[in-house]
Design a protein around this ligand. Structure first.
Ligand SMILES: *[C@@H]1O[C@H](CO)[C@@H](O)[C@H](O)[C@H]1NC(C)=O
Ligand SMILES: *[C@@H]1O[C@H](CO)[C@@H](O)[C@H](O)[C@H]1NC(C)=O
Length: 187
């Protein structure tokens, strides 16, 4: 709950300023992500993880969390891998990857436990640049029409990634949390 409160407070603060003002986030530090795109349905939406995708605006991410949370908590390790913060009762780490190949078209997904990376998947290269989550310098976009009324997140670069229409680029703003909530997210 603490995380949610901090999250909403940060989101409110962001609305007030043109540029996101965020505390630097250290390696291994827990953080949430909100999408910034003023005038859209996904302005200040907390990023969620469900069914191996990153989403915003899903009614529920249906994760099993150590405390109630409808948002995902992440950390980046020394190898620049983006991990979902693990539940205390789960021993299967969940790791975010991207697929920048012609097939993947900027797909963002996550693997669970020993599940291998997809053939063209990459998981090293995540960074927070001036408060914005990026993969090797590329930011994120969001596409409507995903499961449960949600928008799915993709890397920027194509107008219609995965043949999704009406996608819009966002600033994926990382918000530090000192009380990360661990979850096991649906596969
Ligand atoms: C969450 O669970 C509900 C009820 O089973 C389902 O309708 C919904 O699509 C699920 N949402 C996601 C994001 O998986
Ligand atoms: C994309 O926008 C067009 C025009 O507004 C609309 O007709 C269409 O349903 C939208 N598609 C999705 C997936 O939102």
């Amino acid at each position: 709950m603490q995380f949610t409160t901090a999250f909403i407070a940060s989101a409110a603060a962001l609305t007030a300023s043109a540029l996101p003002q965020t505390t630097p986030i250290a390696t291994g530090q827990g953080f949430g992500v909100i999408t910034i795109r003023s005038g859209s349905e996904i302005q200040n939406s907390g990023v969620q993880a469900a069914r191996s995708s990153l989403l915003v605006n899903a009614k529920s991410q249906n994760a099993s969390c150590d405390a109630e949370s409808n948002f995902a908590t992440f950390y980046i390790n020394e190898e620049k891998e983006l991990h979902l913060w693990e539940s205390k009762t789960s021993y299967r780490p969940q790791t975010v990857f991207v697929d920048r190949s012609g097939m993947g078209q900027g797909l963002i997904g996550y693997t669970t436990g020993v599940q291998p990376l997809p053939r063209n998947g990459e998981n090293k290269g995540w960074e927070i640049v001036n408060g914005e989550l990026k993969f090797k310098g590329t930011g994120l976009q969001a596409c409507p029409g995903s499961i449960d009324g949600a928008w799915s997140l993709w890397l920027q670069g194509l107008d219609k990634p995965g043949w999704n229409e009406n996608c819009t680029s966002v600033i994926a703003s990382a918000i530090k949390t000192d009380s990360p909530i661990g979850c096991w997210y649906t596969e």
